[in-house]
Design a protein around this ligand. Structure first.
Ligand SMILES: Cc1ncc(COP(=O)(O)O)c(C=O)c1O
Length: 438
């Protein structure tokens, strides 16, 4: 295994970043890596180190970096103008492709980020129901709005359904507008819905929460409870849309929500996201249908941006080809099985959790069912494992392996070798600690 090292040039860039950016970073990845370029399933840092890339830009690059067909579509569009604010052919065609693909999508409204999409989806539910409260799940990620940053990642979880704000600057008064439930616990949701029926505007859920699959029957139970009370069910499919299948998690798990949010893959690596849903809820974006009082105002400078739209359309075309999802799933299945095998061999207690297109390891011997079971894992060990992998040429986010259509058999082989070597070092470190009586 060759270990990565850093050039003066990259260290210099990191220094500049420290001077001009809070935390020396854009807020996402740690500041100690500066990416220079990406191609297919690999990226290179400014020192020229090559990595098998399981970060994939935090998910958008499902078909791989710099895909020739996406590049061709984008280059063609660049020469014809980069943003218009007005309707344009490509945005309209992308909306039509979403309506065709996604079960709940009868109408689509574009925005630029997943955070915005989630904010508007919750607002649409409020406009439709004429109530204020939203139920979300502990550990569920719905972007960065005041409402979403409730019980996303509490270090000390509170008592359900009281939210714990995740950030400074969130008005105290908003706490009462959110109810928090444990993921995969349909009974608690049912009792909260019954108790708060008269105040509840909607339920928002990641159908596959971070790396936790829904327990059998959980999504169907959510669908049933919300439908019985006429409460909109929102699936946040920013991650799962066009990834778990062409129709997203709602197709994959066979449960159709009332509204969903999309992002990442549909912009093909450019800033584009969407709210998509049933016509009667999406009608709130149309003053002529709902009138002044119930109209939901929504404007965005880059909404339906033509460059992002052609990148998204080219990406979807690649994904529609026979065998695309089979290949993504096959790569993911092989990797998950090998990671499980290597972890078992190492003797380190761990669970591999997720679905083949995205998964990770949690260092615990308890099954993973909800946020608290992930919190029970050894986070320091996960961090150490990620760092050892980085040294060995594997790039990933803190808590996810994203699989790409572009990952090759060689990428899989390389990754398994890196896992084996990193686990040997991790296990040796654990033995040393035990001997030292730590
Ligand atoms: C499930 C989910 N929803 C919403 C978002 C927010 O999307 P964005 O980063 O585009 O604002 C993310 C981002 O990772 C996400 O994972």
């Amino acid at each position: 295994m060759t270990m990565q090292s850093k050039s003066e040039a990259e260290l210099g860039l990191a220094e500049t970043a420290k001077r001009v950016l809070p935390e020396g970073r854009f807020g996402n990845m740690p500041s100690d890596i500066v990416i220079r370029e990406g191609r297919g399933g690999r990226v290179w840092d400014e020192s020229g180190n090559e990595y098998v890339d399981f970060l994939l830009g935090s998910g958008p690059m499902l078909v791989g970096h710099a895909h020739p067909e996406v590049l061709a579509a984008v280059s063609e569009q660049l020469a014809h103008g980069t943003t218009f604010f007005a309707n344009n052919r490509h945005g309209i065609e992308l909306a039509a492709a979403i309506v065709e693909a996604v079960p709940c999508a009868e109408k689509v409204r574009f925005v630029s980020t997943g955070s915005e999409a989630d904010l508007y989806a919750m607002r649409a539910a409020r406009a439709f129901r004429q109530r204020d409260k939203i139920l979300k799940f502990e550990g569920g990620y719905h972007g960065m709005s005041d409402y979403s940053l409730m019980s996303l990642a509490p270090k000390r979880p509170g008592n359900f359904p009281r939210p714990v704000p995740d950030s400074a600057g969130i008005p105290e008064s908003l706490r009462d507008e959110m109810l928090i439930a444990p993921f995969n616990d349909a009974e608690t949701v049912a009792s909260l819905v019954r108790e708060h029926e008269d105040e509840l505007a909607g339920v928002i859920v990641e159908p596959f929460q971070r790396i936790i699959p829904p327990a059998p029957g959980f999504l169907a139970a959510l669908r049933k409870i919300t439908a019985e009370h006429g409460i909109p069910l929102i699936f946040d499919e920013v991650v799962t849309g066009f990834r778990l299948g062409y129709g997203g998690a709602q197709e994959y798990y066979g449960v159709t929500p009332d509204i969903c949010t999309l992002g990442k893959v549909i912009g093909g690596g450019f800033p584009l996201a969407a709210i998509a849903g049933k016509a009667e809820i999406m009608a709130h974006f149309d003053r002529s249908q709902v009138g002044d009082e119930r109209y939901l105002m929504q404007i965005g400078t880059l909404s339906g941006n033509p460059v992002a739209s052609v990148a998204g359309l080219a990406t979807l075309e690649i994904l529609r080809r026979p065998g695309a999802y089979e290949r993504i799933f096959e790569t993911g299945r092989t990797l998950m099985a090998e990671l499980k095998r290597l972890l078992a061999r190492s003797g380190i207690p761990a669970q591999v959790t997720g679905e083949p297109p995205l998964f990770d390891v949690v260092f615990t011997d308890a099954p993973i069912r909800d946020y608290r079971s992930v919190l029970g894992g050894d986070a320091a060990m996960a961090k150490r494992f990620n760092a050892l992998l980085r040294e060995r040429g594997i790039l990933k986010g803190e808590s996810k392996y994203y699989i790409s259509l572009a990952h090759t058999a060689e990428d899989v082989r390389f990754t398994c070798e890196a896992w084996a070597s990193a686990l040997d070092e991790l296990a040796a470190g654990n033995r040393k600690k035990r001997l030292a009586g730590e």
